[in-house]
Design a binder for this molecule. Structure first.
Ligand code: FPP
Ligand code: MG
Length: 300
C-alpha cells in the first residue's frame, strides 16, 4: 500500500504558492487529514500494470488537490461549519479567500498534469471536473425536492464518481495500459459506492468518526439513497413536512427504522462487486480488491 506520509509531504511540497494566505489555507486543509482514497486508487491501479509508479506521484497529488479545491468550494456553497473534525476553512479564512484558494489548488493540479503527465491525462481530469461542476449545479437546483433514483445517480456520478473515474483512468494510462478508458468507466462505480456509503453514514454514522455532524443532508434538503430506498413506504406529504425542516429528526429515525441505511449499504456492495469482477481478470489485482472492499466497509 501507498505510504500516506509520503503523499502528505509531497502535497505540501508541490503546493509552493507565493502568497502566505494561500499556504495557510493549503496547510490547514492538508493537515486536517482525509482518506486520500483518490490518489491511493490511482497509485494502486498503476501498480497493477507497472513496477515503476514514481511517475504517477505528482498526478496523485494533483487529484487530491482537485478534491481539496472541490471541498473548499462545496463548503462555501453548503455554508458548512465543520470538515474533518475541525472548523471548515470558510469559517477560518472567509468565503472569498477560500473560493480563490480553491482556484489556486485546481490550477496547480492542472499544472502538475501538464508538466508530469500528458495531454490524455489532462483530458481525463478536465472531463471529470466538467462533470463534477455540472452535477453540483444539478444538486443545487434539486435541493428541497424529492428526486427520482435516476436523478440521484446522475448527481452522484458527477459529484463523486467522475473524480474516482479520473483517478483510476489516469493510474492505468500512466502505467501504459490500453484499458484506461475502461478504468475510467468502472471508476464511476467505485465513486458511486463511496458516495452511497457517505450518504448512509450521514443518516447513521457517528459524528466523532465522521468529523462532521450526521444528519447534514436532511438539514440541507438533500434527497439521498437511504430516503429514496424507502420512499414508497412513506406518505409523501408526511415526508415533505419534515424534509429540510426543524422536525427532520423524526424522518431520519423513520428512514433508519424502515431499513434505508441497510438498503444503501447493500446497493454500495452491488457496485463494488461489479468492479471486483472486472479487475479480477488482471494479475496482481488482490491488493486493489482489498482496497475496493475498504471503500464500502468504512465507518467514516
Ligand atoms: C461534497 O459533497 C462535494 C463534492 C464531492 C463535489 C464538489 C464539486 C464541486 C464544488 C465542483 C468542482 C469544483 C472544483 C474547483 C474542482 P457533499 O456536500 O454531499 O459532502 P460533504 O458532506 O462532505 O460536504
Ligand atoms: Mg457539502
Amino acid at each position: 500500500m501507498v505510504e500516506l506520509e509520503k503523499l502528505n509531504s509531497l502535497m505540501l511540497e508541490y503546493l509552493d504558492p507565493e502568497v502566505r494566505l494561500v499556504l495557510d489555507m493549503g496547510k490547514y486543509t492538508i493537515e486536517a487529514g482525509g482518506k486520500r482514497i483518490r490518489p491511493i486508487l490511482m497509485i494502486e491501479v498503476c501498480r497493477m500494470f507497472s513496477d515503476d509508479c514514481e511517475i504517477v506521484l505528482p498526478l496523485a497529488v494533483g487529484i487530491e488537490y482537485i478534491h481539496m479545491a472541490s471541498l473548499l468550494h462545496d463548503d462555501v456553497v453548503d455554508g458548512a461549519l465543520t470538515r474533518r473534525g475541525r472548523a471548515s476553512a470558510n469559517l477560518i479564512f472567509g468565503n472569498q479567500a477560500v473560493v480563490l484558494g480553491g482556484d489556486y489548488f485546481y490550477a496547480k493540479a492542472l499544472w502538475l498534469y501538464a508538466v508530469y503527465g500528458n495531454l490524455k491525462a489532462v483530458e481525463l481530469v478536465s472531463r471529470a471536473v466538467m462533470h463534477m461542476s455540472q452535477s453540483q449545479i444539478l444538486e443545487l437546483i434539486s435541493l428541497g425536492k424529492i428526486i427520482s433514483e435516476e436523478e440521484y445517480f446522475k448527481i452522484i456520478d458527477g459529484k463523486t464518481g467522475a473524480l474516482f473515474s479520473a483517478s483510476m483512468g489516469v493510474g492505468a494510462l500512466m502505467a501504459g495500459s490500453p484499458f484506461y478508458e475502461e478504468f475510467y468507466k468502472i471508476g464511476m462505480s467505485v465513486g458511486r459506492a463511496f458516495q452511497l456509503i457517505d450518504d448512509a453514514l450521514d443518516y447513521a454514522g457517528s459524528e466523532d468518526r465522521l468529523g462532521k455532524p450526521a444528519g447534514n443532508d436532511l438539514r440541507e434538503g438533500k434527497c439521498t439513497y437511504p430516503l429514496l430506498s424507502v420512499i414508497d413506504k412513506l406518505d409523501r406529504e408526511w415526508v415533505l413536512e419534515r424534509f429540510g425542516k426543524e422536525n427532520r429528526e423524526e424522518l431520519r429515525q423513520k428512514v433508519i427504522e424502515l431499513g434505508g441505511v441497510e438498503n444503501t449499504k447493500k446497493r454500495a456492495w452491488q457496485e463494488i462487486e461489479k468492479v471486483i469482477e472486472y479487475v479480477s481478470k488482471f494479475e496482481n489485482s488482490s491488493t486493489f480488491i482489498d482496497l475496493l472492499e475498504s471503500v464500502v466497509k468504512r465507518d467514516y
